[in-house]
Design a protein around this ligand. Sequence first.
Ligand code: NZQ
Ligand code: ZN
Length: 385
Amino acid sequence: MLDFNFNNPTNILFGKGKIAAIRECIPAGSRVLILYGGGSVKKNGTLDEVLAALRGYTLFEFSGIEPNPSYETLMKAVELVHKESIDFLLAVGGGSVIDGTKFVAAAALFAGEPWSILEQRGAPVTKALPMGSVLTLPATGSEMNCGSVVTRKALQAKLAFMSPHVFPLFSVLDPEKTYTLPLQQISNGVVDAFVHVVEQYLTYPVEAKVQDRFAEGLLLTLIEEGPKALENPNNYEIRSNIMWAATLALNGLIGAGVPQDWATHMIGHELTATHGLDHAQTLAVILPSLLVACREGKREKLLQYGERVWGLKEGSEEERIDAAIDQTRKFFEQMQVKTHLSDYGINKDSIPHLLQQLKAHGMVALGEHQDVTLDVSKKILELSL
Ligand code: NZQ
Ligand code: ZN
């Protein structure tokens, strides 16, 4: 196992009716800015519950944080924070709202142009406003991690930053708040969480038995519960299991002390920035091709994954690896997420621009072996057509 420090300060409030408890988590007298997206939380009553829980606080609202939150929108929230001397941020929504709020938290106290936080050798974040979240879409793990992904539309750049200063202090995970999700977002969430586990597990063995078994447990849970969520959208137990699996998939636990990949995510970010695909759609397209292109470097783990997750024990090594990759693609398709670029109207003519963007963002040596060069990314994109 590799050396690691593990520190996760987010307090999780899990279950029905937990929004009421946020009062105990936000200092009395705070001037709180509630940030949300395009209005789902208004329609389904989540915002009303939040407002009721915070009666007596000085409250402000900022709406309109879009999926794949944009720097352009978030800088308007930063302005409001300054104008109203806000001292606490509360994100109410999915990963985009939470990521966006993290950026606002850091940008509001940043000396200089905040975009530099996201640029290639990102300027360090030394402080941020305190924040919490009420999660409405299990997928990204942003509710319990210190990462954030922001898009600058004008540059077609979708970039990430990480800082311990932007861990949410608390996150409410009430599975009932996910009942109004469109099926496409349930699917996206399951696929995103699945790929988060894979990016931290399917690399090379380092005898990290606890992390491996945890990761396999999360994958098996998502494989079992994901399709059920599409069939029984209002089942509390199914929603609970998916929600907790998605949080644990990217809160640092299974990634501590193991090599990590993340090439699928980095290539995927370019697909979203250029072609507007949902985050999970990009992952469903890229991961199966990446596993084909990187099968030698991942050989041992692919065999372990095939056996422990998909029950593949028969046949030669090559046959079992092929079958493991095939099962992965079939699972995404079963979750109603298409796995080829052509399904989204993208053809080979797009590849040169995508490679140019990867290069511009310094994504030229990706993966756990740093061997996903631009040539390998090209091969992965060609395999994805
Ligand atoms: O904007 P509203 O009206 O709220 O609608 C949203 C949005 O249209 C809707 N929605 C959310 N909860 C709902 C709901 N609709 C009905 N009922 C509910 N309960 O769902 C749509 C998508 O929301 P979004 O927040 O964009 O989705 P997701 O949670 O998948 O977040 C995706 C973003 O997170 C980033 C992605 O790159 C992408 O920008 N990621 C963040 C990570 C992190 N911080 O660690 C890791 C991930 O890999 C990912 O990169
Ligand atoms: Zn993701």
